[in-house]
Design a binder for this molecule. Structure first.
Ligand SMILES: Cc1ncc(COP(=O)(O)O)c(C=O)c1O
Length: 404
């Protein structure tokens, strides 16, 4: 690299990454092949439109790249079938689901779904941020909470888990156009069947945002939402271990939701697809469709559980009482007897453990300095760590947080 300033910074970041224990629940380490595709000359090509239907010339190769990414994404989540009717509908592969691999990241993907399916000012319903929802699930500071009238559900005060009856009551009372299931900081398995029943009872579409647990679904250690959802969005860079990108899966039926969503992505919201990134997604989808990845996903969950158990043993209150996924939250504030999440994260960072401060349900503190921490097991599992290593990490966290 000729640009020595940027080269130096990349080297510095490489060194930083190497020297820390990374417990950021939304991060991971991609393979050399994913990096190779990302850094390829595919970045040079413009191609607004979709395979076979572009506004640009010279797109024969990138058409193949995008079709391959779609095909692999559908295959990975068990959505490829043999019905000739779906082929006739223009899918690159037979499926009753379509997938758009062009969203530039998770937030624009979610925005595109609402823009396509919910008239401005009407209702979207998602989980409250402090309870584990994402900004784009209708929080007031997000455009999704400004352009649409958002209804936010919370978890139960008793056990910090989703209270499906309460969600159902709220949905029936509010009649949202779309309900979002899927979270940023919720550690337990989501009952998609119950969410389907809630959506049906209230006349809403069901969107699952599986950004966080997509890799666990791919690895078959977390239930698949596809049996119940109308739309599934996901980022590709968290447990799925791909580049920073996103996908929108849509059920193909007479409602033609997929066509509406495709039209919002381009020409409605974005311009040229990032083909280098789409190629990297294709690589990651292939990597995730292997026995080695399934083993990885299982280890991710085992490691998160080991860390949660050890922290609980050491006296820390694990939010929701534990985890069934790759992440967990701990309460560091302990009703004023402990320290705030920001101070806790700073202390850990000083000792080489990277986490993020996080709100906990019914948090009395602000999101910038909340009451807890969110810890994830995906990146360090990629680096080969097992349960005993995560128990040791938990002990180190305990020691650092209790030190003065
Ligand atoms: C559940 C969920 N949805 C969407 C997003 C947004 O993804 P991005 O940061 O790629 O915009 C995130 C990111 O953390 C997320 O956790």
């Amino acid at each position: 690299m000729i640009d020595t300033q940027i080269k130096k910074l990349i080297e510095a970041e490489k060194k930083r990454q190497k020297n820390v224990i990374n417990l950021i629940a939304s991060e991971n380490y991609v393979s050399k092949d994913v990096l190779g595709a990302l850094g390829s000359i595919l970045t040079d090509k413009y191609g607004e439109g979709y395979p076979g239907r572009r506004y640009y010339r010279g797109t024969k190769v990138v058409d193949e790249v995008e079709s391959l990414a779609q095909e692999r994404a559908l295959q990975l989540f068990g959505l490829a079938d043999k019905s000739p009717s779906s082929e006739a509908r223009g899918n690159s592969i037979s499926s009753n689901w379509s997938v758009n691999v062009q969203p530039l990241s998770g937030s624009p993907a979610n925005f595109a779904v609402y823009a396509a399916l919910v008239p401005q000012g009407e209702k979207i319903m998602g989980m409250e941020l402090t309870h584990g929802g994402h900004l784009t699930h209708g929080q007031k500071v997000s455009m999704t909470g400004k352009f649409w009238n958002s209804i936010l559900y919370t978890v139960s005060k008793e056990n910090e888990l989703i209270d499906y009856e309460a969600v159902k009551k709220l949905a029936i009372a509010e009649k949202p156009n779309i309900i979002v299931a899927g979270f940023t900081a919720y550690a337990h398995i989501v009952d998609f069947k119950k969410f389907r029943e809630i959506a049906d009872a209230s006349g809403a579409l069901l969107m699952v945002d599986m950004s966080h647990f997509a890799g666990l679904v791919a690895g078959k250690v977390y239930p698949s939402p596809f049996e119940y959802a109308d739309i599934v969005t996901t980022t590709t860079h968290k447990t799925l271990r791909g580049p920073r990108s996103a996908m929108i899966f849509t059920k193909i039926d007479e409602r033609e939701l997929n066509k509406k969503i495709d039209k919002v992505i381009i020409p409605g919201l974005q311009g040229g697809p990032h083909f280098n990134c789409i190629a990297a997604v294709a690589v990651a989808m292939k990597e995730a469709n292997t026995p080695a990845f399934r083993k990885y996903a299982l280890q991710v969950v085992k490691n998160a559980k080991a860390m949660a158990d050890e922290l609980a043993k050491l006296g820390w209150r694990v939010v929701e009482g534990g985890t069934e996924s790759h992440l967990l939250r701990i309460d560091t504030w302990r009703d004023g007897k402990g320290i705030g999440g920001r101070e806790a994260a700073d202390k850990l960072e000083a000792q080489g453990i990277i986490v993020n401060e996080n709100t906990i349900p019914f948090d009395t503190r602000k999101p910038m300095d909340p009451s807890g921490l969110r810890l994830g097991s995906a990146p360090e599992t990629t680096r080969g760590k097992k349960e005993k290593d995560f128990r040791a990490i938990a002990r180190k966290i305990d020691k650092v947080l209790r030190s003065n």
